[in-house]
Design a protein around this ligand. Sequence first.
Ligand code: SF4
Length: 225
Amino acid sequence: MDKIHPRAIEQRDGSWAIKLKSTSGLVTPEYLEEVARVAKKYNVRQLKILTGQRFFLIGIKAEDVNKILEEISKDMGFNVEPSLHYVQACVGNTTCKYGTLDSLSLGKKIEELVYFEKVPAKLKIGVSGCTLNCAEAFVRDIGVFSGGKGWVLVIGGNSGRKPRIGDIVADELDDDQVLDIIKKFLKLYKEKGDYRVEGRYGMSERVARFVERLGIDAIKNEILA
Ligand code: SF4
């Protein structure tokens, strides 16, 4: 049997699971039909929508993992770790009455910028259309929310094993300024991040730990110049 794709995840019972990406949770009827088709064809035991707005196909036979990945549309597939896991975006001002900026549009632009970047550790990004922050910018590696007068950019949050509230690095930004600062930050993270994989969970240096090690002021000096 071919080597199983590295992003497939082995489950407790020896079966496998894969995550199908969506852009900020936006799906089409065709996307849903494709998920249903594959799930039925390969007897996928369970379908779960994850917090990162991805579909989780659980209980796949080892011999079917690569077949599924070859069959599904490239838009639903995933990149190779360590890399972007997801950009989670709320509906923003396209729909929500509280939204003041278009978080879906910015989320898509950020995904396009970041998707194929190879970074030291997994990246989770949240974009919210107002200060209610439904996409949880303060606990994402990179977070963005509308502060009313433009985007507020937050770096270094984490909601996992060692939680951290991210630091606001800039505010009153437009879309292009957000993308520019994220680009500079990723360059720095790629250059100075620690790629060593350590610990029980086999983790390399997440953004929160990177910010703690370098210090947010040093990071701001580099990325806001
Ligand atoms: S963050 Fe604001 S704009 Fe986005 S869904 Fe929540 S309330 Fe609406």
